[in-house]
Design a protein. Structure first.
Length: 452
């Protein structure tokens, strides 16, 4: 790759090519003394008083090369360390302009200049080295003035891709705007592109050790999909759709491509242990809900791991969609404490034992619905049962504790202003309600609270 001096080096080589070509064709015999320069057009007009014919090569634009633009990218890793030195790939755009001191001189010079560039579509490495050879201390070799001798160190001749010269075309409007920007008088002009110049840094990079051996493993791609979620209470119970899902139940995931080389089930962010109760098939997976899964809405996902290496070790593979289910809380026991009365109204603290354990940030609401047993004849339809709701006080202390309280199965909820009687008890944890028991007649009968 070249250094930052490559742009100037290309211009110097092209100037030398044109100068030598005009001498070889003895153009001076036709037009007199000819000057080959690389000046901006506005500066040439200022020198016009010399009345000498001139062939000028001016680089008016530099553009990124699309073919090399993304080579060796990215140049840095995730830690910001440099891992490569990507080349700066550039295309150089030139104007070849002829200035004639006499009539037809500009046409003659432009013709010879275009012929020389046409016959030299590629700048060979030898041609570049000859043009950029610095002057010898004894006065032999090299055409560069001493001030530009540093161009020899550009390493243009050693870059991977050689410089190619190709004609371009500009329409009348583009040429007009360009010469207006130069603030110079228009002269006969041809447009050329030199491609590609590769400028690369020499900075130190972080390099990994070479790979000693390659092991390639090809497996068919399978994307697991969970379609529906059923459940069952124990491994010997039937699989039921739509029943409440409680702690200790087994989830039944129904879908396709669920079985992988190493299959894992993630429930509520917790990994289901691989044991004998887990059954994995292509269209169904049965897995026990982990004990740490909180009540409320939870997600379940199937993960396929791939065994790689020697000895084989699991690596991350494909993952299924996340399906949602509601884990309902269950009231185990109800204990009444601090019972008080005011007329027929009762107040108390209800100590509930629930499963799963309630987190300290979960919202708990208690519902009491008056229990009216079935009677014969039926009760008056105008009788409206009493119902109440109470939100549990927060378990999070006002000041930050040294350690959070953590999940608990024992919850205390104060109630007040409740008429004496029998009540069905439900709790709602983050929107998930505890189920009620029913009798043979289909009536809700438990859990039951009696306030006397």
């Amino acid at each position: 790759m070249s250094t930052a001096l490559a742009i100037a080096s290309v211009t110097a080589v092209l100037k030398d090519l044109l100068n030598n070509g005009l001498i070889d064709h003895d153009v001076g015999a036709s037009v007199g003394e000819v000057i080959v320069s690389t000046l901006p057009p506005d500066r040439i007009d200022a020198l016009d008083a010399q009345k000498k014919s001139r062939l000028n090569l001016f680089m008016y634009q530099v553009t990124p090369n699309q073919g090399w633009r993304n080579a060796e990218l990215p140049s840095r890793n995730s830690n910001g360390d440099r891992v490569s030195n990507p080349p700066l790939a550039l295309d150089l755009h030139y104007l070849l302009t002829a200035y004639g001191a006499e009539e037809l001189h500009s046409e003659i010079l432009l013709g010879y200049g275009m012929q020389l560039l046409h016959e030299t579509p590629v700048l060979t490495r030898d041609a570049i080295r000859r043009s950029l050879t610095p002057p010898s201390p004894v006065g032999a070799g090299g055409d560069l003035p001493p001030a530009l001798a540093a161009l020899f160190s550009s390493e243009l001749a050693e870059q991977v891709e050689q410089i190619k010269i190709a004609p371009s075309a500009l329409n009348t409007e583009e040429i007009s705007r360009m010469w207006s920007a130069f603030q110079a008088k228009y002269r006969p002009t041809a447009v050329y592109q030199a491609s590609v110049v590769l400028i690369q840094s020499r900075g130190s990079v972080r390099s990994a050790l070479p790979v000693r051996a390659r092991k390639v493993k090809v497996v068919p791609f399978k994307q697991p999909i969970i379609q529906t979620i059923n459940s069952r209470a124990t491994p010997i119970d039937p699989i039921v759709s739509g029943q409440p899902i409680l702690e200790g139940y087994q989830l039944v995931l129904v879908g396709f491509d669920l079985r992988g080389e190493e299959t894992q089930v993630l429930v509520g962010g917790n990994l289901v242990p691989d044991n004998q109760t887990t059954v994995v098939d292509d269209n169904q997976i049965i897995a026990t809900i982990p004990a740490a899964t909180p009540a409320g809405v939870n997600g379940v996902q199937v993960i396929h791991q791939t065994l790689l290496g020697s000895p084989p070790a699991p690596h991350r593979g494909v993952e299924s969609n996340v399906a949602a289910f509601v884990l309902q809380p269950r009231i185990e026991t109800i204990v009444i404490a601090n019972l008080g009365s005011s007329g027929n109204l009762r107040s108390a603290d209800l100590n509930l034992k629930v499963k799963p354990a309630i987190g300290d940030t979960q919202r708990i609401v208690l519902f009491l619905n008056q229990f009216l047993p079935l009677s014969s004849p039926p009760l008056d339809v105008d009788v409206i049962p009493d119902s109440y709701s109470f939100e549990a006080p927060t378990r999070r202390p006002l000041s930050p504790p040294t350690s959070p309280p953590g999940p608990s199965e024992n919850i205390t909820i104060p109630i007040s202003g409740v008429n004496a009687g029998n009540y069905l008890v439900r709790i709602q944890v983050d929107g998930a309600e505890s189920p009620l028991g029913v009798n043979s007649a289909g009536q809700y009968v438990s859990p039951l609270l009696t306030l006397v």
